[in-house]
Design a protein around this ligand. Structure first.
Ligand code: CNA
Length: 280
């Protein structure tokens, strides 16, 4: 956007102006959109970062192409690469980042309208964001079922299989199909909570977007479903989607934890944020 274009809602396109907006009550229905980039500092690789991303490192598994690890047809043939990945990402091993803690703080201050996450690591819950304010758009490891007859597999038996990298088999008589955690593979329908809450971004008064390449649809279209007057703030290593095209877009390039700390400083929340994070 031309730097001379006047803003509609914010004083200017800075984090200070975003903080003022929140402090003045113009950020009471905040929608947060997150992706793998908010968890890289926790030690969980993202997909697409060059060299460190999972797609780069999956090359050693001899997959026909990296995305095959999330394709049902390939999973049927060879579920082991997915289970190797599942072992790496399985919830319980990682600690939330300062960015997760910030979302927890928004919820604590009753400013969070909804968090839409593409992540499957459950770190938002661990950071204290209440489950009813989270849309896990790409599912989660919380439940699992048979890919053929769809019968659920018991939660308490799952961790041992994941730890061994061994796919369990369906227990239904005569089935024996492969069991897959309820995370969304390519071509699979997103959970109904995503569609039930799809209008929420258009009702928000501020949108924060953290650590996502905005390449996976339909999630990637959420920032564009907000009203023109709703400020959109991007915390990411690179520019993504249409962020930067609107008058009230604020772009904070770099690692999202630093960006979030800057915003917390502007809000006067920094001490509370660090305390909250250390206590997680
Ligand atoms: P992606 O396509 O890998 O993009 C990540 C984005 O974050 C890129 O734009 C990076 O530049 C940026 N980034 C990386 N590290 C940082 C950082 N520290 N600070 C700021 N920006 C950073 O991941 P998306 O989430 O956009 O893609 C959607 C996929 C990734 C979803 O289906 C997820 O399920 C999947 N995924 C999830 C996890 C997880 O649960 N932690 C891990 C890996 C992949």
């Amino acid at each position: 956007i031309d730097p001379d274009t006047p803003t509609k809602t914010l004083k200017d396109r800075s984090l200070r102006a975003v903080a003022d907006q929140i402090r003045n009550g113009g950020g009471k229905r905040i929608v947060v959109l997150t992706g793998a980039g908010i968890s890289t500092a926790a030690g969980i690789p993202d997909f697409r970062s060059p060299k460190t991303g999972l797609y780069h490192n999956l090359a050693r598994l001899n997959l026909p192409h990296a995305e095959a690890v999330f394709e049902i047809s390939y999973f049927r043939e060879n579920p082991y690469p997915f289970y190797m990945l599942a072992k790496e990402l399985y919830p319980g091993k990682f600690h939330p980042t300062i960015s997760h803690a910030f979302i927890g703080l928004l919820a604590k201050r009753k400013l969070l309208r909804m968090l839409f996450t593409q992540n499957i690591d459950c770190l938002e819950r661990r950071a204290g964001v209440p489950g009813d304010l989270i849309v896990e758009a790409h599912g989660s490891f919380a439940t699992q079922r048979c890919i053929d007859c769809k019968t659920e597999f018991p939660d308490d038996e799952m961790p041992a299989y994941v730890e061994k990298g061994q796919p369990p088999r369906c227990k239904q008589k005569g089935c024996g199909g492969l069991v897959k955690p309820d995370i969304v593979f390519f071509g699979e329908q997103l959970p109904s909570t995503f569609f039930d809450n799809r209008d929420v971004p258009s009702e928000s008064d501020l949108v924060l977007i953290l650590g996502t390449s905005l390449t996976v649809h339909p999630f990637a279209s959420l920032p564009d479903m907000t009203r023109e007057v709703t400020p959109r703030v991007l915390f990411n290593k690179e520019r993504v989607g249409t962020l930067g095209h609107r008058a009230d877009d604020v772009i904070c390039l770099g690692d999202c934890d630093s960006g979030v700390r800057k915003l917390a400083d502007e809000l006067g929340w920094r001490d509370e944020l660090e305390r909250l994070w250390r206590g997680m």
